[in-house]
Write a protein of this length. Sequence first.
Length: 147
Amino acid sequence: MTKTIYVIVVLFASTLLTTGYQTTSVPSAYSETELGAGLFFSYPPRDPQTPVIASATSATLLYQDGCLLAYNGTYIMNPIFEHGTTTFDLNNHALTVDGKVFQIGDIIEGGGTVGEILKSDEASFFVTKPLNRCIQENIIYFFSVDK
């Protein structure tokens, strides 16, 4: 019975996350820094038809000592976004994810997951990475965001 309920919940969550999923591509006029290099982890663009299992995730956006971070009430973490759909405006300290603009101090909510930082050999998966001094012990993936 428990296994059946788990399978139903996973299938329902997968359907919710893939229904209506659409990314907004970022114009190529942005610099590598604006696209996340030195500021945040970004993962390669994914096929919107590929389901992602995620839970409701939220965190407050922080910018400390040149580091873009997120705080969920328990951990200060490195946020991770899809590459090419997320930019950071260094002058205004504004993060844009899929066309939604977040200021420092805003709460970002969406589908994602929280975890521990990956080993260095696994981190090669990422397209962009924050500066080494900015890397925290925990990470927060955002697969989608709400405003």
